[in-house]
Design a protein. Structure first.
Length: 52
């Protein structure tokens, strides 16, 4: 995905059905762009990224 990941993050979040108050584990987070998008999208909840 590379450079497209940041642009695709909102579509991933919508597809996954993530909502306020959810706890999310981003496994294989890589650059962290999806985890970062989740943090800016959610006002409550928890986001954890794991590179392994």
């Amino acid at each position: 995905m590379g450079r497209w990941r940041r642009q695709m993050a909102p579509a991933y979040i919508a597809f996954a059905g993530v909502k306020q108050g959810d706890r999310v584990l981003d496994v294989g987070t890589g650059t962290g762009s999806v985890a970062s998008a989740l943090e800016t999208t959610l006002s409550s909840g928890e986001v954890v990224g794991s590179r392994r």
